[in-house]
Design a protein around this ligand. Sequence first.
Ligand code: 13P
Ligand code: 13P
Ligand code: MG
Ligand code: MG
Length: 366
Amino acid sequence: MKITVSVIKADVGSVGGHNRPSEKLLASLHNHLKQNAQRLLKDFKVTFTGDDGCLLMSHTKGVDHPEIHKLAWEAFIEATKVAKEQGLYGAGQDLLKDAFSGNVRGMGPGSCEMEFEERPSEPLVLFACDKTDPGAFNYPIFRGFADPFHNAGLLLAPDMAVGFEFTIMDVNYTEGDRVIVLSTPENYYDMAVLLRDPEHYVVESVKARSTGDVAAVVSTSRLHNIAGKYTGKDDPVALVRTQKQFPSTGEILSPYATAHYVVGDNRGSHIVSLMPCKQNAIISFFDGPAIVTAMGFCIHNGIFTESVDLFDQPFWDMIRNKAAEKTMHIRDQGFFGAAMAPMEELEYTGVVERIKLLDKKFIIRK
Ligand code: 13P
Ligand code: 13P
Ligand code: MG
Ligand code: MG
């Protein structure tokens, strides 16, 4: 029997600024799924990362199923009512369309889903970011699946020696899904030239070439493309299968030790280091830093085990300090040059209006 795991997340309101959902809001999400679980779901979990509520659901309906997407959409609509009742900040922030049209993609919530035949043991990792965009996953996914410095299995495990197939999306193209499929090791440099530009090209999914099995899926929605203006950061999620024909859990975590620089943080417009945080970490310094959490679990007959908090381990304390230091190094120069997001990102913010006004005052000296 094929199982589908769907992850749908949205920011529909938070406590004390863009910080975290309230307990009541999370309870509302949980109750909505619980009421419908018997009809539609095998199992579910409700989590949050920063101000984004996240629904992890298992079922047998396949990806992009309208009933599953409707369930998630309605859960967020109900939770928005709670957010309004409580006066939470940014109530309904990520619900950018009024009428549900069959799929949450293009409506504000982020989603990633995969369908697979369960292995006898099926370990998975759910990564969730706050205060950054889907390109944040380019670096760790590329290195975790394609670089033997992190993925020793590429050298040591025969199943992985044949490499992986990556589907990469051009997220600036808004007329539909513009994608390219490239494989490692032979297209390694082609992938590098695309993925180095994470605001334009984003890994959407990865497959194991040894078996054709889906290995990873990433949410790719860019809120500014939907809204036409800055409405908050996309705050992506990714789901990765691990072990055997896939990288081990530790290999997939390994690239996060770089605490690489991403676009996001305050007003979604700065460059900071991505900090691997414990589950339920809050948002603080400069409306950030940009954070990523990692939840490990297994699924068996569609039922989730308890989860492990993969960044709650003393090793990551050192990385968190490094991330804070890297962030401070670039924050020291405020908004100058590389410290602020590239102009194409800022075009969705108020900076454009100001430049337009100033533009009129420019003179061309004779
Ligand atoms: P297996 O037991 O799946 O071979 O795991 C090996 C491993 O995880 C080493 O990191
Ligand atoms: P979120 O996208 O997480 O809501 O953050 C928005 C923001 O502007 C923070 O400064
Ligand atoms: Mg918010
Ligand atoms: Mg958020």
